[in-house]
Ligand binder design. Structure first.
Ligand SMILES: [Zn+2]
Length: 612
């Protein structure tokens, strides 16, 4: 390790971002002799070695005007060795970063369109191998395309034309502070006249997409108030929701301490149905400023981006965040309570139909997250995916309901959040935790054998976590022939038709089979992922007609004995598959169990007074 005391200057030119290439120039303080440099591999918040080293090109090192030869380490692909010539104090480093157009891969996926770009600094930096990122200083500068505006949590911005110089920051803060820029840009102040400031920085593929209805802005203002009321402290100097509104960038959210990288559909903020399908996106990433950034499982620390992360506590990091993100969406009015219940019903039903829960315990979905994050829809019901999100919702609803039951509704998970995630308001801080710390904090809220409670639900197979959490909070999962609006609108936006609860089939509207429920009706009839559905009961289907045709034929076959006939192509092999399914349409909903207290209703109640 060769940690320089001086600062590295980094200048990034994004003027060609619409062409999918950006340039980085670094001036790095060095000493003569061997130097090992690293490219960030383990990316905070992604919980996996997803640093996009494959997209680094045109790399050049110059010392005193002369090129310096370099070699990649033959084992560690993220490490470069070079020999700094005598008399050198500054190494010039140039590299291009090739912007992906992939729809998956988190921050390594598509980040730019013709009109916007989200810069993740981890993609354009090198640093001395093994150095603690919190102790390295970088002085960032950014050149934008003409007439583009930007938003970021980076402090001290000074703009000169389309070049912005920022104040020196640690490498840790730099990588934790992406910059969103765009042609169509709007800043919405969520806490006018108050400190700390909270902004929605919106970049969109059209001016129209920025025309957010006032009621929606009011709900996002309320989100800031609700999070403050829940946690009782804030661990940031100010907060920026960096929202990319584009149908061509990868869609996901990535948390940072003082901002979040939220990439979603162009019409997300102006179309009620698109918004309802993902209304938890910003609240989830915002919760991470507390649960994930301020409090982080010790296994997820990687101060040099090379130390492998251990994902075993992601049911806390992500599971609790997922639950709170959805709860806060309801408390702040981003969802109605009915919408929140419908969303929970959808998640419950998907878990209910997932045979993989019979062999892979919930804990293993977290421990194995490094590879499970890489998987797609195909066989996800049998393999299982990163279920610590969806099943985590019910794990934590169960904890919430249990605290309320044990204390006669005097205490709740709100008390745990304040105790565990609150602390003192101020600059970004980090307090790591382990399993025992979670158990201790829950026990401080109310004494109980929380270790056994959690370990049973994490380690055992086919646990009753979902039904139990609903039942203990006064609700039941039922299936009717009336559509779950949130689920069907969400499927429309995502170009899928979900027949998992009936035919055991998840379809893409292009006709391809996304997933087949293991041992369900379609599985038994010989259908597998990747095949193409051509017709249902002799009726040809297309993207428009697929959902209606399937539903009509499922309803028609109800109670009868004639199979539903699917004509399916497996490459050039086209065959008829007879599905023995007669259960009719099944859509999930939650109904009240009047014999029990309505704790779930209490969970969704706002904590904060309505924002002005
Ligand atoms: Zn998350």
């Amino acid at each position: 390790m060769q940690a320089p005391s001086a600062a590295t200057r980094i200048e990034v030119d994004t003027t060609r971002a619409p062409q999918k290439i950006i340039h980085s120039h670094m001036e790095m303080p060095v000493q003569a002799g061997p130097l090992d440099l690293s490219y960030p591999e383990w990316i905070p918040g992604e919980h996996e070695p997803s640093g996009p080293v494959v997209n680094v090109a045109g790399i050049k090192f110059i010392a005193n005007g002369k090129a310096v030869a370099w070699k990649r380490d033959p084992v560690d692909m993220y490490s470069i060795h070079l020999e700094v010539p005598p008399g050198t104090t500054t190494l010039d480093v140039d590299l291009d970063f090739l912007l992906s157009s992939a729809s998956s891969g988190f921050s390594s996926g598509a980040s730019a369109s013709a009109f916007l770009n989200l810069l993740s600094w981890n993609q354009v930096v090198l640093f001395p191998k093994g150095a603690d990122a919190a102790k390295l200083t970088y002085v960032p500068s950014l050149r934008l395309p003409d007439a583009w505006k930007y938003g970021t949590a980076l402090p001290g911005a000074k703009q000169n034309g389309n070049v912005i110089d920022f104040a020196p920051v640690s490498l840790e803060t730099l990588i934790d502070s992406p910059v969103l820029s765009g042609r169509y840009f709007r800043v919405i102040d969520l806490t006018p006249g108050q400190t700390p400031t909270h902004e929605m920085d919106l970049a969109a593929d059209s001016a129209a997409a920025l025309d957010v209805p006032p009621a929606r802005i009011a709900a996002y203002r309320q989100l800031v108030a609700e999070a403050g009321a829940l946690f009782g402290a804030r661990h940031y100097r100010d907060y920026h929701f960096l929202v990319s509104l584009s149908d061509t960038v990868a869609h996901f959210g990535l948390e940072h301490h003082e901002s979040s990288d939220d990439r979603t559909y162009e019409h997300f903020l102006i179309d009620d149905k698109v918004h309802a399908g993902g209304a938890y996106l910003l609240s989830h990433e915002y919760v991470h400023s507390w649960n994930g950034k301020y409090r982080r499982p010790e296994g997820l620390l990687s101060p040099d981006y090379t130390k492998p992360m251990k994902d075993d506590l992601l049911w806390g990091y992500e599971g609790l965040t997922d639950y709170l993100g959805e709860v806060l969406a309801a408390r702040s009015g981003l969802w109605t309570n009915e919408q929140a219940r419908e969303y929970f019903a959808r998640t419950a039903a998907i878990l209910d139909s997932e045979p993989g829960r019979s062999w892979r315990p919930l804990q293993d979905t977290a421990t194995g997250a490094v590879f499970l994050y890489q998987t797609g829809d195909d066989w996800s019901n049998w393999r299982r995916s990163v279920d610590f999100y969806g099943e985590g919702d019910f794990l934590w609803l169960g904890v919430d309901a249990m605290i309320r039951k044990l204390t006669n509704d005097k205490k709740s998970l709100n008390d745990f959040c304040r105790l565990f995630e609150g602390g003192a308001t101020g600059q970004p801080d980090l307090k790591s935790y382990n399993f025992e710390d979670v158990v201790d904090a829950l026990s401080e809220v109310t004494p109980y054998d929380w270790a056994t409670y959690l370990r049973t639900r994490l380690d055992e197979l086919s646990t009753n976590t979902v039904d139990e959490a609903l039942s203990n909070s006064g609700w039941k999962l039922i299936y009717t022939d009336q559509p779950n609006e949130i689920a069907s609108d969400r499927d429309k936006v995502r170009k899928q038709v979900d027949l998992r609860l009936t035919l055991g089939l998840l379809m893409n509207t292009d006709g391809s089979v996304a997933d087949v429920i293991y041992d369900g009706p379609s599985f038994k009839a010989g259908i597998g992922p990747g095949m193409k559905l051509v017709a249902i009961d002799g009726r040809q289907i297309d993207a428009e007609s697929m959902a209606d045709t399937a539903n009509e034929e499922i309803a028609r076959a109800k109670g009868g004995s004639a199979p539903i006939q699917l004509l399916v192509a497996n490459g050039d092999d086209v065959q008829m598959h007879a599905l023995d399914y007669h259960g009719g349409l099944r859509y999930p909903h939650l109904v009240r169990d009047e014999s029990k207290p309505d704790y779930f209703g209490d969970v969704l109640k706002p904590l904060a007074p309505a924002a002005k």
